[in-house]
Design a protein around this ligand. Sequence first.
Ligand SMILES: [Fe+2]
Length: 411
Amino acid sequence: MTNSLQHPRLGDKSNSSWFEEFLPKLLEDRDRIGLTDMIREIDALMLTVEPGCSVAYVSELALMTPYHYLVTLESESHWTHVLRVDMNSPDLLVREVRDPSKHGIFRSLNEVYPIGAHKPNSRYMGEIFRVTNLHDVVEMQKTREIRFFNQDQIRKLELPGNMAIVKPSPYTHNIVGYWERPPEDIRVYALGNSVIRDDVNRGYQEAKETQARLDLDKLILPIDHLATRIYSQNREVAILEYLTLSSYYYWGSYDIADQNSSTNVTKSIHYPDESFSPAKVFTAANNPYFVNHLVGLPSPTEAFVRNYGPRLHHVALSVADSETNGAANIDYVVEAIKAKGKDFLLDVIGSKEEGLKQIFSSASEHSSLIIEYVQRFGDFDGFFTKKNVAGLTAAAGVEENLRLLQAESTK
Ligand SMILES: [Fe+2]
């Protein structure tokens, strides 16, 4: 039986006594009933984009990530493009609604937020975990008061029929799904008709040729972590809820005091290599917005959540640890991608001596998601440094203020 409490706590932020009471209770119970061992790696990530945006977004991902276009699942009112690195990293399902007037639950989650409402279909949806026994996992989770969409709802939402999908979290607005797949079997999504779309394929091929010509295909590695932003008061419950839904453990939290924020890390208990099952990170402000005038600090994290709603903020990709043309790979990658017209929110921050370098791209105009690149040097295993997280959080905050002004001026 796996022991989800085997790792020492890292980071420097302290938690409430309630959190410290229920963290071991939840994990011990999850281990004891066998859920930890039945829930394995993240097998797929799902997101939606605006009508007309998916072709351009697949091209963007083909240039900026190691993902390849595999196939499009055509259903009555959606196209779902399946992107894959290989069977050792999660797939990415990029979904586009065919009818702009169509309303659904994922759109509703965007519509009450001032910037989120501008792109109501752009949203990261959540992760699908591979499980060894779907029936048992679902039944156990139901006894723990986890709520699932029923089969009819999954059919109407046009999500793959071979998945059990949990209703969106009240804290993160993300979903978690489960499906059963023997590890030697390839991933097959039970949804609509499989077609290769010429327009998607053309954009993908062009971007991949550019990526290979610049040698980026050897330098940009699979996803390292997924970072979700949540309201300040939901920090602890969002972490514990995710541990309830997954087989992840609590790595620890960094307090980023001068940005009035914290970064809270959970990781797979089964797979130490993030490329196989990415770390899940939750970022929350240290104070709710209405005391900011008393605290007197910037509050980029709470501002993001108030603008977009709780949601995934960025997807971080690893960069291979070596040099190209005498520069750290991450510096080379960023310059090459900038030359192709993509913007970044700041310069590359961190250093080899500190163990890692990181950067945020501007938010994609197609998905609103930011891409982070992260290069770890040598045997650095701190995962993050406080200094870098503070720099990244501040840069995203500057962008946030601009976006709010923009959104308000176009009302
Ligand atoms: Fe990050």
